[in-house]
Design a binder for this molecule. Structure first.
Ligand code: COA
Length: 246
């Protein structure tokens, strides 16, 4: 059914007009938009819960429903409130089928540290090691993070993540960020990030990683073909960015 997906980027007010125009084709249309209204924020919650069943490091940890809720509260909900996250909607079913959660960090307004959770703590230490101190390590002032990239299985390999990432990069440019970062825990997201010019800054092999406190090989259960997590970065040239706007 979804081999025939037409991927279209659409702004809210253009959606109706375009859908009528293209309703004569048999293709499933996918619309792309920013997550701003509460209905989409509710749908995002459902999709992020699914994300946790398919993201390689979460698969390895097999988290309970409570931990999934903790992850949503600690890492996603407040970030979605920045209104910079983007989603893909199947126009036929009105379902959300893809998401990227975006947020901005500046030296003055850094993200609040996530609360501690004893079960999730090894994962938190891993993420902290992977991300490091972005301002210091990548010498930037205002950076844009793309996180929780997820596309429902039936819609994978159609370039949906690529489209969502492109929209996210446009937002980063508009906000005059000087750096885009993303941590890729899957080989697929890594390939997509490479295609749009991101480079790896730091990488951690799942096979070799041991928790610094307990020595536990926390991610030995990550399924193939995923072998490592990477912090990826793409600098934004503010001068060129400004010139393009003039
Ligand atoms: C990673 C993910 C978001 C990619 O979304 P997508 O829309 O399929 O990505 P794209 O179509 O833009 O393709 C990106 C690359 O991944 C490849 N890919 C995606 N799914 C794949 C699959 N199941 N098997 C093999 N390759 C796959 C694509 O072919 C493409 O690489 P290539 O064209 O250079 O060979 C999606 O697979 C997913 O949601 N996975 C589960 C959650 C997850 O791991 N998220 C990422 C955390 S960093």
């Amino acid at each position: 059914m979804y081999n025939n997906v037409a991927v279209h980027q659409s702004h809210h007010n253009e959606t109706r007009r375009r859908s009528r125009k293209e309703s004569t084709t048999n293709k499933t249309r996918i619309l792309f938009r920013r997550i701003v209204d509460n209905n989409d924020k509710r749908k995002a919650y459902q999709l992020i819960r699914q994300f946790m069943d398919f993201e390689p490091t979460n698969i390895a940890r097999n988290y309970s429903s409570d931990i999934k809720h903790f992850i949503w509260k600690a890492y996603v909900e407040s970030r979605i409130q920045q209104n910079l996250s983007v989603c893909a909607i199947d126009e036929n079913t009105n379902e959300m089928v893809g998401i990227v959660v975006n947020f901005v960090s500046t030296r003055k307004h850094q993200q609040r540290p996530a609360p501690f959770h004893p079960v999730y703590a090894p994962h938190q230490r891993f993420l902290k090691t992977l991300t490091g101190d972005v301002f210091h390590d990548l010498k930037c002032q205002k950076y844009f993070t793309m996180s929780f990239g997820y596309v429902r299985r039936e819609y994978a390999r159609l370039g949906v993540l690529g489209k969502l990432a492109g929209m996210s990069e446009d937002l980063a440019n508009q906000l005059m960020c000087d750096m885009i970062i993303t941590t890729t825990t899957s080989e697929f997201a890594f390939r997509e990030a490479c295609k749009r010019g991101c480079q790896p800054f730091r990488e951690i092999s799942y096979k070799d990683y041991q928790d610094p406190l307990t020595g536990e090989n926390v991610f030995s259960g990550v399924p193939t073909p995923h072998s490592r997590a990477r912090l990826m970065f793409k600098p934004i040239n503010l001068y060129n960015n400004l010139r393009c706007r003039l």
